[in-house]
Design a protein. Structure first.
Length: 337
C-alpha cells in the first residue's frame, strides 16, 4: 500500500523537472520514440530503447529507473555554464574585475561596490557595482551593474529594474560564464529568458579575464527536421509526411553579436509591455544599458517555418500536445519598444 507521503515523494522529481524545463510534457511518465509517433511509458522501457522525446516541447528526454521512486522521464538539454548559485568567490571575482575596468575608464564616476540605495517608499536595493559613465552629474547616466549569478525570479528582476528606473539609474545585467558558451542548441534558464525580453532580444554574457568585453547573445528558434516518411494508416491508405521543420518550444539556437566593451554600452529607455500569454512576465518601464550594435538576427525568424503548412496537419494528428511557443519569448515586445 502506498502512503500519501510516498506518493508525494515519487511525484517530486517530475514536478521539479517540469518547473526547471518549463514544460509539463513528461509529467505523466510518457514520452515519444524517435519516430515522434509512438508513445511509451517509463515503466516499460529501458535506456537502450531510446532516444526518447517530449511530446510537448520535442526536446530529448532520458528515462530514469529508480528503486525508491516511480520510473519517469526527464528533459535532457544543455544549459549555460553560469556557475553555481552559492559560488561567492566566482561572483565577487567577476564583480571586482568589472569594477576595476569601470573605475579606470571613468575615474570621476564615483564607482562603488555593494552600496545601499534607499528609498522610503520603494525600499532598499544593493547593486553589485554603481557609478557614473562619466562624471557624477546629470550629464552622464548613473549606472548599476548587476552580475547575475543567482536564479532570481522574473518578479524580483522586474521589481529591482523598476526601482532603478524610478531612481533614474540605468541597469546593466551581466550573466557571468565559467567557460565559453557553446554554439549548440541549448535551453536558457528562466531568468536568462526574462533578461532576454528585458533587453529586447539578447542577453549580455561575460567570461572572466575578457578585459571587459561583453558578448550579447540572441536566442533564435531551434528547429528539428522531420524526415520524409511513407506508411499505411489504419484504413490501409498510403500516407506521406515529413520534409519540414518543427520548432522546439524551450530549446534555442544562440546567435552571437559583436562583442562590446563594458564602458561602451549606451543608455536606453524602454516602455512597459504586457505579455499576452503570461502576466507574470510583463516588462516594466525600464532604463537599461544596451549594445550600440544594430539587430544581428532576422526580424521574423519564424517566417520560413510558418510558410510550410504540412507541420500543422502532422502536429494535430501525431502530436496533440505539441506546444511550439514559449511564454517567455514575446516577439511583440521588440516591435512595441
Amino acid at each position: 500500500m502506498t502512503t500519501d507521503n510516498e506518493e508525494e515523494k515519487s511525484s517530486r522529481p517530475k514536478k521539479t523537472d517540469a518547473y526547471e524545463s518549463r514544460c509539463f510534457g513528461l509529467v505523466g511518465g510518457v514520452a515519444l520514440l524517435a519516430d515522434l509517433k509512438t508513445l511509451v511509458n517509463a515503466g516499460y522501457v529501458r535506456k537502450s530503447d531510446g532516444p526518447f522525446y517530449c511530446r510537448a516541447c520535442l526536446s530529448e528526454a532520458i528515462v530514469r529507473k529508480c528503486s525508491d521512486k516511480e520510473d519517469h522521464f526527464a528533459h535532457k538539454a544543455l544549459v549555460t555554464p553560469t556557475g553555481q548559485n552559492k559560488d561567492t568567490a566566482f561572483h565577487h571575482g567577476v564583480r571586482d574585475e568589472l569594477f576595476g575596468i569601470l573605475k579606470e575608464r571613468f575615474p570621476l564616476g564615483n564607482w562603488k561596490t555593494e552600496v545601499k540605495i534607499v528609498d522610503e517608499s520603494l525600499g532598499t536595493f544593493i547593486p553589485d557595482i554603481a557609478g557614473y559613465f562619466g562624471e557624477r552629474n546629470k550629464a552622464f547616466p548613473a549606472v548599476a551593474v548587476e552580475v547575475q549569478l543567482s536564479p532570481y525570479s522574473p518578479s524580483y528582476i522586474r521589481k529591482k529594474t523598476t526601482f532603478y528606473a524610478k531612481k533614474n539609474i540605468h541597469v546593466l545585467w551581466v550573466v557571468p560564464l565559467t567557460r565559453p558558451l557553446e554554439k549548440a542548441v541549448f535551453r536558457p534558464r528562466r531568468y536568462e529568458l526574462y533578461l532576454h525580453s528585458m533587453y529586447l532580444g539578447y542577453v549580455f554574457y561575460y567570461e572572466p579575464d575578457k578585459n571587459g568585453l561583453l558578448t550579447p547573445v540572441h536566442y533564435g528558434p531551434a528547429m528539428r527536421y522531420i524526415e520524409p516518411k511513407t506508411f499505411f494508416d489504419e484504413n490501409a491508405e498510403e500516407q506521406h509526411v515529413g520534409n519540414f521543420y518543427l520548432k522546439y518550444k524551450t530549446l534555442k539556437e544562440p546567435k552571437t553579436g559583436d562583442e562590446v566593451f563594458l564602458a561602451d554600452a549606451v543608455a536606453k529607455i524602454s516602455g512597459a509591455w504586457e505579455n499576452p500569454n503570461n502576466k507574470r512576465l510583463n516588462l516594466p518601464e525600464r532604463k537599461i544599458m544596451v549594445t550600440p550594435q544594430k539587430r544581428w538576427w532576422e526580424k521574423d525568424e519564424n517566417k520560413q517555418w510558418l510558410k510550410e503548412n504540412d507541420w500543422v496537419a502532422y502536429a494535430r494528428k501525431y502530436l496533440p500536445q505539441y506546444e511550439p511557443d514559449d511564454d517567455y519569448m514575446g516577439e511583440e515586445a521588440e516591435d512595441e519598444q
